[in-house]
Design a protein around this ligand. Structure first.
Ligand code: GDP
Ligand code: MG
Length: 739
């Protein structure tokens, strides 16, 4: 092979302690992670990049007796920093902002999409980084009738190219050999550098920025690389970028040059893209040969149906129906099993510990809290399994394409579709899923409305309220309860879309951008990628939401448990002690136990808090007992059910279908004899639960993703206000109308 061997230039990276670093970079979905897993085996460590919640995956690879760190760099189309992923990509490659510099960059290319993938390659070449290319998805390229002249590609690019098929582990040995060669010490040849010549005006812009680069430019870069950094600054910095730590002088200089360029009618972005693509097109014409297409491909045939405005929509609705069916019907046995297991575990601990605070804490606080986290897993796993399959098969891009028109009407990005869908399981992973959107505005707008989607924690609350307060019969031929449940799901979704329209036109105003998204070819989903995706979402839920829910549940338990003794509860305890322990008194004992629990709760800190907030919620038709439930719902919405169980003295381990809790709610009367719970009050409560920002984990997730308190505060304020006002309207108008 006549390819030049590629070696790390001397003294580029200062000698550091520890291992040398290989960075795997490339466009999204080129197989970086698959290749990473093949190269490193199962020793990957996943963490977050410092100060930002983008996953950082590091593994090890041993070659010729030396162990290297391998970094799975987030996928990017370009090194221009417009999203957190892109900023990380360039920082990780260059070793800026606390990242160790890469000793070798391996760019993973999708062979079926060579032209677009080469754009990133050109940028890395300009930066002069030691580079080799893994030309991945060779199987797909062959299947598509693409022939790539590898020798010519290597010669023209000036870097080694290794063909691979990561999913089948083809080409891995050659890749390892090439990596080892490239990391050998003697520098044999200089990195090839720029492949195009900037216009005189652009060259002047870059020259003017050089003195301001300062910290942005790691020491040891040559002139061509420093000019590439100046180009990066020119293209990344603008009046409202979100870059961290750009020196003020550099920012001013860039804004000044941009103003000058625009005044002269120039567009540097356009100019650079055109020049790079001109070079790539010429290269592609030389190295890329395509068989004439043998009629329509599978993908084209499928797309004729699946993105058809009518048929495609019908298929989409059908799929969504199956997804929801699965979410409710299929997860049920697993949920029951989890509840039974945690119930039994609680009993076991209760039986083997002494009666008292410790035992109560372990059973009701801790085990109950963990159980209330785990119980969401079946629905979350199922939903993300579907999303993973749909994404990996290539269908999700079509769904986003179909939904884009609807989403765009309300100002949401087409890619907001997946987070919104995830919101039906849990808002926390859904908020993480907004990272696929490039613009800050699109991400933040989606985060602000995702919590309105009907998450799985609302379901038990809806089931309790609807089951207890609405008749079983039919109205106008429709089953009241079932229709109401579907209605609540629609209500949440429609409210989210309206909220997006309003917020997108006020707080987060911004130009609409059309969805520019290529439709990838359909692929058979790879079980390993899907399993990895489900695993990472579940982990997110457990670490991000789970810990908050657990901590809140424990705090809540304390609020509702202490203080133990009041005059009221002591009187009841005395009454119980006076009652003989005879079998015929069992029922009376049980009734008294429930009374005691109720009395303790009423006098607990939580009970007092419920009283304290009563004036604020009375206009919505709620009394202090509901108030206690609402406070409980802050840990996680479904805690409302068990808190009400305690409030009404029917025990904490009731579920939403408990006949005793329903009966107690029915029997509950105001002082003047009117029932507390009426369908109208149920309506008001449903509306409140649909809209209120009652979830601490969601607020915490928004805080972490936006890195500011402002956004969670805004989310909380607008959702609570909306919930209060709409429940107020329902209750006040309803009572006036005589319901
Ligand atoms: P990343 O986004 O670059 O990390 O890409 P992933 O490793 O997650 O892979 C994206 C998708 O491409 C997955 O469904 C992989 O199974 C698939 N994939 C990866 N490498 C190959 C390959 O060589 N051939 C084919 N046909 N598919 C691949
Ligand atoms: Mg990846």
């Amino acid at each position: 092979m006549d390819a030049p061997a590629c070696h790390a230039p001397p003294s580029k990276s200062p000698p550091r302690e520890g291992r040398r670093l290989i960075a795997l970079a490339g466009n999204p979905n080129t197989g970086k992670t698959t290749l990473f897993n093949r190269l490193t085996g199962s020793n990957a460590r996943v963490g977050n990049y410092p100060g930002i919640t983008v996953e950082r995956t590091l593994g090890q690879l041993t070659l010729k007796g030396e162990t290297f760190d391998v970094l799975d760099v987030p996928g990017t189309y370009s090194l221009v920093s417009r999203s957190p992923e892109e900023q990380i990509a360039i920082d990780a490659l260059l070793g800026r902002h606390g990242h160790p510099p890469a000793d070798l960059v391996v760019i993973v290319l999708d062979a079926t999409n060579l032209e677009r993938n080469l754009y990133l390659v050109l940028q890395v070449l300009e930066l002069g980084l030691p580079l080799i290319l893994a030309l991945n998805m060779m199987d797909a390229a062959e299947a598509a009738g693409l022939h790539i002249d590898l020798g010519a590609l290597e010669r023209r690019l000036g870097v080694p190219v290794v063909p691979t098929t990561a999913t089948r582990a083809h080409g891995l040995d050659a890749l390892r050999t090439q990596i080892a060669d490239a990391l050998d010490d003697d520098p044999l040849y200089p990195p090839p550098g720029w492949r195009w010549t900037p216009s005189p005006a652009l060259a002047a812009d870059l020259e003017a920025l050089l003195p301001h680069l300062g910290d942005e430019s790691p020491s040891g870069l040559d002139t061509s690389a420093t000019r590439a950094l100046a180009l990066w600054a020119l293209m990344s910095i603008d009046a409202d970028d979100e870059l961290d730590g750009v020196p003020a002088g550099l920012r001013l200089a860039v804004l000044d040059r941009l103003k000058g360029a625009r005044a002269a009618g120039r567009d540097p972005d356009q100019e650079v893209a055109t020049a790079r693509y001109a070079w790539i097109d010429k290269l592609a014409a030389e190295v890329l040969h395509r068989d004439p297409p043998p009629g329509r491909t599978w993908t084209e045939r499928l797309d004729a149906v699946l993105i058809h405005p009518v048929a495609g929509f019908a298929v989409f609705l059908g799929l969504m129906f199956v997804v929801f069916q699965a979410l409710f019907a299929w997860s049920d046995p697993a949920i029951t099993a989890i509840e039974t297991t945690f119930g039994a575990l609680g009993e076991l601990v209760r039986a083997s510990t002494e009666v008292g605070v410790v035992s109560d804490f372990l059973v009701d606080g801790l085990i109950g809290g963990v159980g209330s986290v785990i119980v969401f897993l079946p629905q979350i796993v199922l939903l993300f399994l579907f999303i993973g399959l749909l994404e990996d098969s290539g269908y999700m891009a079509r769904a986003a394409f179909l939904m884009d028109r609807v989403m765009n009407k309300v100002g949401l990005h087409g890619r907001a579709f997946v987070p919104m869908l995830s919101g039906f399981a849990c808002a926390v992973p859904a908020i993480m899923a907004t990272r696929t959107m490039e613009r800050r505005r699109d991400r933040f707008l989606t985060m602000m409305v995702v919590p309105l989607m009907t998450c799985s924690a609302r379901l038990p609350v809806y089931t309790l309220i609807i089951g207890a307060l609405f008749p079983v019969g039919t109205v106008l031929g429709l089953p009241v309860q079932g229709t109401l449940m579907i209605g609540m799901y629609l209500f949440g979704t429609v409210t989210a879309l309206i909220a997006a329209a309003v917020i997108g036109r006020t707080v987060l105003r911004g130009p609409r951008v059309p969805l520019l998204m290529e439709l990838p070819p359909y692929r058979r989903p790879d079980p390993r990628s899907v399993a990895r995706m489900v695993g990472s979402r579940v982990k997110l839920f457990l670490t991000e939401a789970g810990t908050v829910i657990l901590v809140c549940s424990v705090i809540l338990w304390g609020l509702l448990y202490f203080p133990r003794d009041s005059a009221e509860s002591q009187a009841l305890v005395a009454q119980k002690a006076a009652l003989a322990e005879a079998p015929e008194n069992d029922d009376a004992h049980a009734a008294l136990d429930a009374e005691i629990a109720g009395a303790r709760l009423r006098n607990s800190y939580g009970g007092r808090l419920g009283h304290a907030i009563e004036p604020a919620i009375a206009p919505l038709g709620f009394d202090w007992k509901i108030g206690v439930g609402l406070i409980g719902a802050f840990a996680a919405r479904e805690v409302f059910v068990s808190t009400l169980g305690v409030v009404y003295g029917v025990g904490a381990d009731v579920d939403e279908e408990s006949p005793t809790l329903r009966a107690r709610m029915h029997a509950e009367r105001h002082a003047d004899g009117r029932p507390v719970y009426s369908p109208l009050m149920g309506m008001s409560l449903l509306v409140f639960f649909a809209l209120a920002a009652q979830c601490m984990s969601t607020l915490a997730a928004v805080k972490r993703e936006t890195r500011s308190w402002r956004w969670p505060a805004f989310l909380f304020a607008y959702m609570s206000a909306l919930a209060w006002v709409l429940s107020f309207v329902v209750w006040q108008v309803g009572t006036r109308l005589g319901f």
